[in-house]
Design a protein around this ligand. Structure first.
Ligand code: MLT
Ligand code: MN
Ligand code: ZN
Length: 297
C-alpha cells in the first residue's frame, strides 16, 4: 500500500489567511507552511482513494506526480474519496473534483451523508455533473483492492449541521489494510477522546496518523481568541497532545505502532521545528510529517 500525506494542517491551513497569531507570523523555513488535512491511498499506485477532500485539493493534486491526470485525455487515477466527517475542511474539495469524468465514489458515515445533502447540499450539486456514487461506510468496505475498517470516534457535528436530525456517529476513524502485503494504516484526524475500541483498532498497524490539532487544551486562549476558556480545545472535538491524559501519553502504550500527528492547527507550537514542543514529540518517537510525505507498507 502506498500512502501520500497531501496536507497535514487543520481547517484554514498554516498559515491561516485571517490569522496574525505568533505561530502564523513565524511560518517559513523552520515552520513550513502546510495545506489542509488530506491523504491519498492506493494498493498498487495506479488507482487512488482520497481520505478526506480538502479545500486545497487542486494544489495538492498538482504537487503530486502520482495523482497526475492520464493516461487518457480526461482520466484521473483518483477513484473516490473516503470521508471521516462532514466538516468543511474535509469536504469542500469534493466541489473542486466535480469535473471528474463519470463522477467519483464517496464513502462517508450516514450522518455525514445526510449533512452533505441537507446542511451543505453538495451532493445534489456534484450529482448534476453525473456519475457520482455515495456509499455509507457501514462497519467496513472495499476500495480498489484495499480493505477499510471503520471505528465510530465521536458525535461532534459541523457548525452548519447543528440542528440537523441525523443519528451519529458524526466522526469515524479508518483502518486501511492491503491484503496483498498485510500493511495497515490508521487514519484518525479528529479524536475528541481516546475512543472505546481504539487500542484494538490500531493494534498491529504499521502507521497511525492521528489528531494533532492542538498541543495543549487551552492554546487558543491568548493566541487567537482571548475569550476562549480553558479546555476549549477538547470541546472543539480535539484531544490535545500534551498533558497526563493527552494523546502523547496514551500512544506510549503502543510502542509497536509508528505514530504521527496530522490536522495541526495554526496555533500549535509543534508546527515550528525549533520549538521545545516539537522536540518533545519527536523524542517520544512520534512523527510530525510534512505535506508530501510518502509511505509504503
Ligand atoms: C474541526 O476540525 O474542528 C473543524 O474542521 C472546525 C471547523 O472547520 O469548523
Ligand atoms: Mn478540521
Ligand atoms: Zn494563527
Amino acid at each position: 500500500m502506498k500512502v501520500i500525506l497531501l496536507g497535514t494542517a487543520a481547517g484554514g491551513g498554516y498559515p491561516q489567511w485571517n490569522c496574525a497569531c505568533s505561530m502564523c507570523a513565524r511560518a517559513g523555513d523552520q515552520a513550513p507552511p502546510r495545506s489542509q488535512d488530506c491523504v491519498a491511498v492506493s494498493s498498487d499506485g495506479s488507482g487512488w482513494f482520497l481520505l478526506n477532500a480538502s479545500p486545497d485539493i487542486r494544489a495538492q493534486i498538482l504537487a503530486t506526480p502520482a495523482l497526475a491526470a492520464g493516461p487518457g485525455p480526461r482520466q484521473t487515477p483518483i477513484k473516490g474519496a473516503i470521508l471521516t466527517d462532514a466538516e468543511l475542511d474535509h469536504t469542500l474539495g469534493l466541489l473542486m473534483l466535480r469535473e471528474a469524468a463519470g463522477g467519483l465514489r464517496v464513502f462517508a458515515p450516514d450522518a455525514a451523508l445526510a449533512a452533505l445533502r441537507l446542511g451543505f447540499p453538495i451532493r445534489d450539486i456534484v450529482d448534476s455533473y453525473g456519475g457520482w456514487d455515495w456509499q455509507s461506510t457501514g462497519s467496513g468496505f472495499e476500495a480498489s483492492g484495499l480493505r477499510v475498517r471503520v471505528l465510530p470516534v465521536g458525535d461532534k457535528r459541523p457548525k452548519y449541521a447543528r440542528e440537523l436530525a441525523a443519528d451519529g456517529p458524526w466522526v469515524v476513524a479508518y483502518r486501511v489494510e492491503d491484503p496483498a502485503t498485510g500493511g495497515a494504516f490508521v487514519y484518525a484526524p479528529c479524536l475528541a477522546t481516546w475512543p472505546d475500541g481504539f487500542d484494538d483498532f490500531v493494534a498491529g498497524a504499521d502507521y497511525a496518523l492521528i489528531d494533532g490539532t492542538f498541543y495543549s487544551p487551552d492554546e487558543m486562549t491568548g493566541a487567537t481568541a482571548s475569550g476562549v476558556s480553558s479546555n476549549a480545545q477538547r470541546r472543539m472535538g480535539h484531544l490535545p497532545i500534551a498533558g497526563d491524559d493527552g494523546s502523547l501519553a496514551l500512544v506510549r502504550h503502543h510502542p509497536g505502532v509508528r505514530w504521527a500527528y496530522t490536522h495541526l492547527n495554526n496555533t500549535n507550537p509543534v508546527l515550528c521545528t525549533a520549538s521545545t514542543e516539537y522536540d518533545e514529540v519527536l523524542a517520544a518517537g512520534v512523527d510530525i510529517p510534512r505535506d508530501g510525505t510518502t509511505l509504503e507498507f
